[in-house]
Structures are given as structure tokens and as C-alpha cells.
Design a protein around this ligand. Structure first.
Ligand SMILES: Cc1cc2nc3c(=O)[nH]c(=O)nc-3n(C[C@H](O)[C@H](O)[C@H](O)COP(=O)(O)OP(=O)(O)OC[C@H]3O[C@@H](n4cnc5c(N)ncnc54)[C@H](O)[C@@H]3O)c2cc1C
Length: 420
């Protein structure tokens, strides 16, 4: 019979993503040099999502934020408390001063990117910092089971390796892009421990549906105002895809659709204002002038879209000054409150993040520690919080990773792992 050697650590971080790397760094910074910290990562690389983020440029942070940039079914009060622990400015300075990663602000979008526009530089800065602090990383090792053994946690990996640790930081991410290690297996392990979770759903994912008119507008993009019921009104990029719709404005409201499809909420009405301008402005624009309806629309929105929107309309080639009251009202509605014909969504495969997960009520917000356990800390996307497009999701990962790492590092001296 083969016996499996127990690998003893003080702190085991499960998942080498944005939150896990940050947690390990802060745990190591706060601990004595003898403290043994290991990150266990199921894939062969750290920070795969960082590498693919922001179109491989990595939008590290937003310029500013408020809790309104986030979605959760948990208490907003608890969310605010967590964000209070580290300002965007403090986090930005950490990247620049401590990780030696110069950042540049993209003023038009209010986003911070690395000066080099390379997501790999962000991942490498985090990884190198962790390694320089003697954090070990064990790749291609998936934790499939966890159990308590008195004051310790015993973690079992898929290859039957076992780890023993006083403190565990669970940072296994969500279910989005399952092909790169985030397929919800981490949620399963927590569930088996009795941790309660909110039902998960894909978020920031493209929608499927029918383009206006009979043409396929794939590739057409513009900046629109998009409203999902009365809840969200954002003025952001919109893109027609081969299957439907994408772009930040669509991604930001896509969870309303995914939650509807999963039976978690009512069907949302998505209304588009193609130029973001008011009805009054269009009323004036469509009252005077010699230009035709189609000609006028083409001045403000892409030609192909103008043609698609007015396809089959009797007033299409009429002069705007000659429009009947009803036709003008119909046209204004079409331009400022177009009802988007969506059918479904592209799911976790294309989702940037996962909604749902562990509610904030289950943790102590000062430490990210699970309330009913003295040594299990949670951070990042596994929690029931996600942000809109703009660096808000990484900010959540950095803030919660830092809190979990700092708290897990506060090990009583006698608890430090013994070499076996
Ligand atoms: C295409 C894309 C672009 C994005 N762009 C941006 C952006 O520009 N800005 C932004 O703010 N956000 C962006 N995001 C969102 C951002 O990537 C996530 O919010 C963030 O990565 C979450 O960090 P995390 O550490 O919680 O999870 P992850 O980064 O997903 O890390 C979890 C890690 O845990 C590992 N793991 C899972 N289960 C186990 C297990 N049982 N045992 C061991 N290891 C395990 C996984 O392999 C993974 O490495 C983007 C996401 C995608 C998909």
C-alpha cells in the first residue's frame, strides 16, 4: 500500500488568479520569514484570466468607483465596508510603487492600464512578487476535497497529494471561461463543506438576438444609451455580432437576461437610444430641413444601421419636414427607445465574470473569513459580487485578496507549521 506524504504549510492559497496571487503576497508580506505559504493552482499557469483580460491589455483598475458599479444580492452596506479597506488610489499606488508596474490612465474610458499595454506584465509583476517573498506555487494540482482535522485543514488534490494548513484562502474564481480552469469545481468543494451560496449566473456576456431589419449588421459599432427596464442607463459602446449584440453597454446589462433565462427574475426590456440624445433634440431635428429621413439618420448613426432601422417604413425617403405627426413619433421612438430583440445569451463560455456565489453575509468583512470557521478565507469572484466593465472586477479581486491575505497571516506563533 502506498502512503501519501502530507505537505505541511501554514497558509495554503487555492487558485493562482488575481485574488489568490494578491492574497499570497499580502500574507507573505505580513508574516515572519519562516511562514510557509503555498499557492495550489489546477492549471499549468498563474493568472490565465489576467493574461486574456482587457483584450490582453488588462484594465487593472477603474479611475474611480462607487458601490453602484457593482451587482450583488448581498447587503450594499457590507460591500461598502470591504471597499473602505483599500481605496482605488491606494491600490493603484501599490501597483506602481510596490510591484514596480507603471500604469497609464485612458482618459476617455476612465480606466488604468499598464503603460506597456501588456497583460502579461501585470501577471508577471504579481507572480514575481509572490515568488520573491518565497511563496511556493504548485501547478497542475486541483484541490477536490477539504476537511477539518482539529485546528488544521486537510486538502486533498486530484492526484491524491495532501496538504495540511492552519489557514486556507479559497480563491478559485467563478464559472466563466470554463476551459481555463474555472468551471465551478471550486464552488463544489465549498458546497460539500456546507457553505451556502447564491445561485450562480453568467454576467458580462454577449446576448443573442435579431438585428434590426432583415440585414446582418455584424461588425457595426457605435456608442449608445442602453436601459434595462428602469434599472441601468449606460452610455457605452455597442457592437452587432454575428449572433446578436455585445460591447460594454450590452455586457453591463447582460445579467438581467441571464438571470431571466435561469428563472431568477422577470423578462427585462432592453431599450436603446442609438445616439444617446433626448427626444426633444430628435423632435427638432426631424421637424425642419430638406433632408430625407434616411439622409438625416445617416448623419448621426452608421449607414447600415440607418437603413436597417427604416427598412419597410413608408416614410423612409420622405423629407423630415413633411413627416406626419404619427410617423415622426414612430421615428423618434425608433431612434431613442428601440426595443432590442434579444433571445438569449452566450453563457459562461463568453462571460467575463460570474454572478452569485458566496454571500457577503457569510463572511466577516474585515478579514474575508468564513464566519463559522476560524481558518477559511474567501476572496475574488467566488463571492456574490461582480462589477461592470471598467476594471471593477480586478479591483474587487485585489481588495478582497489583500484583506484575506493580511488576515490569514495573523497566525499565532505556536500554530506555525512544523516540518514533517
Ligand atoms: C476575457 C476576459 C477579460 C476580462 N477583462 C477584465 C479587465 O480588463 N478588467 C477587469 O477588472 N476584469 C476583467 N475580467 C474579469 C477578471 O478576469 C476576473 O474578475 C478575475 O480574474 C477574478 O479573479 P479571481 O482570482 O477571483 O479568479 P480567477 O482569475 O478566475 O482565478 C481562479 C484560479 O483558481 C484556479 N482554480 C479553480 N479551482 C481550483 C481548484 N479546485 N484547485 C486549484 N485551483 C483552482 C483556476 O485555475 C484559476 O487560476 C475579464 C475576464 C475575462 C474572462
Amino acid at each position: 500500500m502506498t502512503t501519501c506524504k502530507m505537505i505541511n504549510k501554514d497558509i495554503v492559497v487555492v487558485g493562482a488568479g488575481a485574488a489568490g496571487l494578491t492574497a499570497a503576497i499580502f500574507a507573505a508580506l505580513q508574516s515572519s520569514p519562516e511562514t510557509k505559504i503555498a499557492i495550489i493552482e489546477r492549471t499549468d499557469k498563474a493568472g490565465k484570466k489576467i493574461l486574456m483580460s482587457g483584450g490582453t491589455r488588462c484594465n487593472v483598475l477603474p479611475v474611480s468607483m462607487s458601490e453602484k458599479d457593482y451587482f450583488t444580492d448581498s447587503s450594499i452596506h457590507l460591500l461598502k465596508r470591504i471597499f473602505k479597506s483599500w481605496s482605488v488610489e491606494g491600490c493603484k499606488n501599490w501597483f506602481i510603487d510596490d510591484l514596480q508596474l507603471p500604469l497609464a490612465c485612458e482618459v476617455e474610458t476612465n480606466k488604468w492600464f499598464p503603460v506597456t499595454n501588456s497583460a502579461k506584465d501585470v501577471r508577471d509583476a504579481l507572480l514575481n512578487k509572490a515568488l520573491s517573498l518565497n511563496v511556493e506555487i504548485h501547478y497542475s494540482t486541483q484541490i477536490t476535497e477539504m476537511q477539518r482535522n482539529h485546528n488544521d485543514w486537510i486538502l486533498t488534490a486530484s492526484d491524491a497529494k495532501q496538504y495540511q494548513a492552519k489557514h486556507v484562502i479559497w480563491s478559485t474564481g467563478g464559472l466563466s471561461v470554463p476551459t481555463i480552469g474555472t468551471d465551478g469545481a471550486g464552488h463544489q468543494v465549498l458546497r460539500s463543506l456546507g457553505v451556502q451560496m447564491k445561485p450562480t449566473y453568467p454576467a458580462l456576456t454577449p446576448l443573442t438576438g435579431q438585428h434590426p431589419g432583415s440585414s446582418n449588421l455584424a461588425g457595426v459599432s457605435l456608442t449608445v444609451g442602453l436601459t434595462a427596464d428602469t434599472m441601468i442607463a449606460s452610455r457605452e459602446g455597442f457592437l452587432f455580432t454575428h449572433k446578436g449584440f455585445s460591447g460594454p453597454s450590452v455586457l453591463d446589462v447582460s445579467h438581467c437576461v441571464t438571470r431571466y433565462v435561469m428563472g431568477q427574475q422577470q423578462r427585462p426590456e432592453l431599450a436603446i437610444n442609438w445616439t444617446g440624445e433626448s427626444k426633444d433634440i430628435w423632435q427638432k431635428r426631424l421637424t425642419t430641413g430638406k433632408s430625407t429621413v434616411l439622409g438625416t439618420l445617416k448623419e448621426y448613426i452608421p449607414n447600415r444601421l440607418a437603413e436597417a432601422l427604416t427598412e419597410g417604413k413608408s416614410y423612409r425617403n420622405q423629407k423630415v419636414s413633411e413627416l406626419s405627426k404619427n410617423d415622426r413619433a414612430d421615428l423618434i421612438q425608433l431612434v431613442t427607445a428601440y426595443s432590442l430583440s434579444w433571445s438569449s445569451h452566450e453563457g459562461y463560455r463568453k462571460a467575463e465574470v460570474t454572478g452569485g456565489g458566496v454571500p457577503l453575509e457569510a463572511i466577516d468583512t474585515a478579514t474575508m473569513r468564513l464566519k463559522n470557521d476560524p481558518g477559511l478565507f474567501l476572496c475574488g469572484e467566488i463571492m456574490d459580487v461582480f462589477g461592470r466593465i471598467g476594471g471593477f472586477n480586478f479591483y474587487w479581486a485585489w481588495v478582497t485578496g489583500r484583506l484575506a491575505g493580511l488576515a490569514a497571516s495573523k497566525l499565532p506563533a505556536q500554530q506555525q507549521a512544523q516540518e514533517v
